[in-house]
Design a protein around this ligand. Sequence first.
Ligand SMILES: [Zn+2]
Length: 232
Amino acid sequence: MVGRIGLLLVLCGLSGAAYAFGVEGCKGRKDPYGGKPPAPKGMKRSTQHLTALKNTIPDLRVALAYGTDQNIMGRPFYPKGADCLVLKPLAQRLRRAAAALRSQGFGLLAYDCYRPWSVQVELWKACPKRGLVADPKRGSLHNLGAAIDVGLYRLDTGKAVPMPSAFDDLSFRARHNYQGGSKAAREHRRILLLAMKKAGLRAIGSEWWHYELKAARRRYPVLDATLQIRAE
Ligand SMILES: [Zn+2]
């Protein structure tokens, strides 16, 4: 379901990146950090700002793509049973979005949430190319717990709804302004976008699934804490 190449690229913080780069874009790239990138300034190992989103949104469905072996490393980056952790202010906004979606018969389906910095390093080592992978020296907003990748599922059937592209497709089809796909898929994308924006979250044009907390970098540090630690 989730392509090897795609997972590599679902690294958000790559706004504007195109899936068309594919694995080829990584070839011959040398890691300028020699496998040991500098940690971002102020990085913390604590999970104190994070919360398990399921505590806030009980009908959240969690399907973390990095919990599978379908990625560039051919192994899961996340431990079994990893939680969908996010910053508490993000959880509060997502709760508002989830309430609006629930009234329309939809639930949130989480593909990626907080991503430990050390995982970002592994991804970078596999593909040290800015624009395809967020440079660990700065980190992705996912490394702060300030971003989430989500789709929708139907509350009555439990099934994920169609979107104009797969979650892992970083081609033009992943863009919010892509007019292909079915009418229903475009409508689902729009419903998700409206609910998230109304809840105060920011979208990026290149990935229909990615939403983030505004101004998070100024307020929160990059974190490198295990996903096995439950925040509450
Ligand atoms: Zn993302």
